[in-house]
Design a protein around this ligand. Structure first.
Ligand SMILES: C[S@@+](CC[C@H](N)C(=O)[O-])C[C@H]1O[C@@H](n2cnc3c(N)ncnc32)[C@H](O)[C@@H]1O
Length: 423
């Protein structure tokens, strides 16, 4: 297969991904699990993925540039071809290749043949403006459904900083197994104990991947298990465990781990992760709300809006509209109340969500503290290496945000609290 054919397959797939995300409101992760890119060769798959992600991150800029030349909106697929083309041209790709490819792609579908001339003319004009016009545009903003509550919670300047972090995208962080000597060239040690890779390439070919010396996990996502601080032999329950990043941390520390999740499909990935890393956990498929038992420690990584992961999932603000958040908040409260019944006297519960919305973090813990006289927030547990005292919150939790560590490439948004039960 020639290089240009490969590139155009990647472009077609990127446009298809955008059609589904922006037209059908599907999440990119769901589309990938459903196999939308499976027919492509690995290199093409990576390119399609990157093109779609870059276009989603720059969507507002692409639309602003295109708006000058579109008197009325073309069909979504044509618009997405123009968006991908604009993003490529503004990243400095050769005009001739991009324009021809997009004209051909649009022309291949009989429904859109009539738009070939438009695509050709518009992309030529965009090419003439180039990266300079792109760079002069403002950093893309979050849609109002998310921007409004975040502005209310964190203030306008914090939101601008978060949007800059979202636009920049995310490096790849890994969690090494305790004692593993990870030898990945260019890996930067982070103050919290994770390692950061700026240009990882294909992950599965990196040293130590096959032998299970480390796993992919954002530096912020690695904090809940560090804060839980499992001791060898402790009985620890990981509720909502799949795909198992935190389960592996708990097991690697020598705890006796039970990992539970509602999704059998996601648990398959957890089992594969345990197999690769040679770590052990008892795995249960089931509803956390039905689980019984008594544990030294419980980790509850509750299902949430995932609004802390927009750096890595720029599709989320466009595919979602916030309609599901009310039900998630209700579920989190029920899970937290039930998880508390599984903690032995004197034990601890770490509650966390990868959300930027206080209703899914600070407010949940505030309400749980008010409802349970035997619960107190353990602030000492939050004092881990690399944690800035300014990140600690009033009710006794830890707030992590994508705009923290800007010089290092940011971190996911997370909320974490360690709740101690009276002995
Ligand atoms: C944020 S993810 C967990 C990520 C995981 N802790 C990790 O570190 O890899 C939330 C998980 O909650 C699971 N879940 C949702 N509702 C649940 C319930 N009622 N009982 C158990 N698991 C549930 C979902 O299937 C999903 O895997």
């Amino acid at each position: 297969m020639s290089d240009s054919k490969t590139t155009s397959d990647a472009r077609v797939s990127a446009i298809r991904l955008l059609d589904q995300i922006l037209g059908e409101h599907r999440l990119m992760s769901d589309l990938l699990v459903a196999g939308i890119l499976d027919p492509l060769e690995p290199a093409e798959r990576a390119r399609a993925n990157r093109l779609a992600l870059d276009t989603l991150r720059g969507l507002e800029r692409a639309d602003r540039m295109l708006a000058k030349y579109l008197r009325k909106p073309p069909p979504l697929t044509v618009k997405n071809a123009l968006r991908v083309g604009t993003v490529e041209l503004c990243a400095g790709e050769a005009a001739h290749g991009v324009v021809n490819a997009m004209v051909n792609i649009v022309g291949e579908d009989r429904k859109f043949t009539g738009f070939k001339g438009l695509v050709n003319a518009v992309l030529r004009k965009i090419a003439a403006q180039g990266p300079e016009a792109w760079n002069a545009l403002r950093v893309p903003r979050l849609p109002d459904w998310l921007r409004d509550p975040l502005t209310e919670a964190w203030g306008a300047s914090a939101i601008s900083a978060m949007e800059a972090a979202h636009f920049a995208g995310a490096p790849l962080d890994i969690t090494p197994k305790p004692g593993a000597a990870v030898a990945i060239p260019g890996a930067e040690p982070l103050p919290t104990g994770s390692l950061r890779l700026s240009n990882p390439g294909q992950i599965t070919t990196l040293p130590g991947y096959a032998s299970g010396e480390w796993w992919v996990q954002d530096a912020a996502a690695a904090m809940p298990a560090r804060i839980l601080d499992p001791k060898p032999g402790e009985k620890v329950l990981d509720l909502c465990a799949a795909p198992g990043g935190k389960t592996m941390q708990l097991a690697a520390a020598g705890a006796e781990v039970t990992a539970l999740d509602l999704s059998a499909q996601r648990l398959k990935r957890l089992e594969q992760n345990l197999l690769r890393t040679g770590l052990k956990a008892k795995v249960i498929t089931g509803d956390a709300l039905d689980h019984t038992g008594l544990y030294d420690a419980v980790l509850l990584d509750a299902p949430c809006s995932a609004t802390g992961t927009v750096r890595r999932h720029p599709d989320l603000p466009h595919a979602r509209d916030g309609a599901e958040i009310g039900a998630l908040i209700d579920l989190q409260a029920r899970l937290l109340a039930h998880a508390w019944t599984l903690v032995r006297p004197g034990g601890r519960l770490v509650y966390c969500t990868c959300s930027l919305l206080p209703d899914e973090g600070e407010v949940q813990v505030d309400q749980a503290l008010a409802a349970h006289p035997d619960m107190r927030a353990d602030r000492t547990a939050l004092g881990r290496p690399g944690i800035h005292p300014q990140w600690l919150t009033e009710e006794g939790g830890l707030r992590l945000r994508p705009d923290y560590w800007p010089e290092r490439g940011g971190m996911d948004g997370f909320y974490i609290a360690c709740l101690r039960k009276s002995g």
